[in-house]
Design a protein around this ligand. Structure first.
Ligand code: ADP
Length: 469
């Protein structure tokens, strides 16, 4: 099985969100299953040749490795990618994003011929690579090189669709009829994601629940009709996490490593986090953590309504995140008003490790969550997730039942500030019972969200498509 995996971001080279984590960790897991796989991404200026031991192989192509063995191709085009950020600067999208990623898609198709790699499957991800299946099934339809090549398209977040002015459509060289309701047109604009959904052989998204949700009016972001039409080709495959990074037994950034056998050592990390953030040192006080993009999607609007009530409880609160200016302003106020809070409005991977390890409860009150990595990481760190029942959160966090003592977190359903607050009070009650909490921590750590199972599901899908003539 040969696969070309296309992504606009890949860990450790460039990351703005969960897509990069998936693109950097799923390919090595597939390689373990004997898939012959190559990855392609743009070469942004932040990707230093020396740091990543990249090799230049021709005018516009470099190669590097992930997971020791998987080859990654970096497409260089200074005019488009030699920029400090991936998609936007100071909150505004680069005005030529359409041209930039159209170029990336066209060159990806060209590249396969240059390196002589004819894949069975081209696996595309999100709007940035959505034109690849479109070209494959239109302009390249009769190209013998691409005969029987199938396209898989994964939606990591339907909220980001790659919407551009209709004047861009002509530059694609596609049949004019494709600028229509049954094509790439979307309320008078060009919708690249819609193209990916229409022209791929299979569509996947990153959790089974989200796969169902995106076919509804509430979560379909206007594309539910398109998705319903392709219902039989949609699969939800849960993301995994890379335990070589997200294991409290081995993570090098922790004050003290810990596992189920020495779980109380987790509290050394709480003290370390309190010292680092200037919070009063107190092993016993419940410490709430949140690491997130500051966006409505993440439930920040309901959290905002009750954050003062929460801050007045006998707890400590640590936030790490960046995003919408209105939330920066809100949390600046909280920081000034409440001494038991630590507000960190930046992106900081080391502090993230320390929060995952040092907090007792991890908040993810998302309005929608395609998969979510935060809850998987916090489970691994025995930091109990408190989540809303949506998307991947619904598939991975089971509400704690005080009678049977089953469950691995706390879950609420209604998207309401009151429900969040009540669930937090419920969690704090359990926290006050040392024995029950310890048991809950051990249960949380038992979950296995490695890529093993999900990579097998992708392989099964690839095989099914390959067998189709
Ligand atoms: P998203 O919708 O943003 O992709 P996910 O939960 O799928 O959400 O993944 C977010 C990832 O980014 C997690 O690994 C989380 O720990 C990390 N992250 C988010 N914000 C920050 C930040 N400010 N600093 C460090 N890591 C962050």
């Amino acid at each position: 099985m040969k696969v070309l995996f296309c992504s606009s971001e890949v860990v450790p080279f460039a990351k703005t969100g969960g897509l990069a984590d998936v693109a950097g960790t799923l390919p090595p897991a597939l390689e373990q299953l004997d898939v012959e796989l190559k990855v392609i991404m743009p070469k942004y200026s932040s990707i230093e040749d020396k740091k990543f031991s990249l090799k230049k192989i021709n005018d516009d192509l470099y190669t590097g490795k992930i997971g020791g063995k998987v080859e990654v191709y970096f497409l260089e085009k200074k005019r488009y990618f030699d920029r400090p950020y991936l998609y936007q600067v100071n909150g505004a999208d680069y005005p030529d994003n359409f041209e930039r990623f159209n170029y990336f898609c066209l060159q990806t198709l060209r590249l396969m011929k240059i390196i002589g790699f004819k894949p069975d499957i081209i696996h595309c991800n999100d709007w940035q690579t959505a034109l690849i299946p479109v070209y494959l099934k239109t302009l390249y339809k009769n190209d013998p090189f691409f005969k029987n090549v199938k396209a898989v398209f994964t939606v990591h977040n339907l909220g980001y669709q790659g919407l551009f002015s209709k004047i861009n459509f002509d530059s694609l060289g596609l049949d004019a009829g494709l600028f229509s309701v049954d094509g790439l047109e979307f309320y008078g604009k060009v919708n690249l994601l819609k193209g990916g959904l229409l022209f791929s052989d299979a569509i996947t998204t990153v959790s089974p629940t989200y796969a169902g949700e995106i076919q509804t009016r509430e979560f379909g972001c206007g594309l539910e009709g398109v998705l319903l039409k392709r219902k039989s080709d949609i699969a939800g495959i849960l993301n995994g996490i890379d335990y070589s990074e997200w294991d409290p037994r081995t993570n090098k950034s922790l004050a003290k490593n810990y596992g189920p056998e020495n779980i109380t050592d987790k509290y050394e990390n709480k003290v370390d986090l309190q010292k680092l953030t200037g919070l009063p040192i107190d092993k016993k006080v419940p410490l709430l953590g949140i690491i997130t993009r500051l966006a409505d999607q993440k439930g920040l609007d309901i959290l905002a309504k009750v954050i003062e009530d929460i801050a007045r409880m006998p707890i400590q609160f640590v936030l790490l995140g960046t995003g919408e200016p209105k939330y920066h302003a809100l949390f600046e106020q909280i920081k000034n008003k409440f001494k038991n809070t630590s507000i960190n409005l930046n992106f900081n991977s080391v502090l993230a490790y320390k929060i995952y390890a040092g907090a007792d409860i991890f908040l993810m009150p998302s309005y929608y969550e395609p998969c979510g990595l935060g809850q998987l990481i916090s489970l691994s760190f025995a930091t109990i997730p408190l989540v809303r029942k949506t998307g991947g959160l619904a598939d991975t966090v089971i509400d704690y039942d005080p009678f049977s003592c089953k469950g691995n977190g706390f879950v609420f359903s209604q998207y309401e500030a009151g429900a969040l607050l009540e669930t937090l009070k419920r969690a704090l009650c359990v926290y006050n019972n040392d024995k029950a909490w310890k048991k809950l921590m051990l249960q949380a750590m038992k979950g296995d969200f490695s890529w093993n199972k999900s990579a097998k599901e992708y392989l099964k899908l690839y095989k099914k498509l390959k067998a189709k003539k």
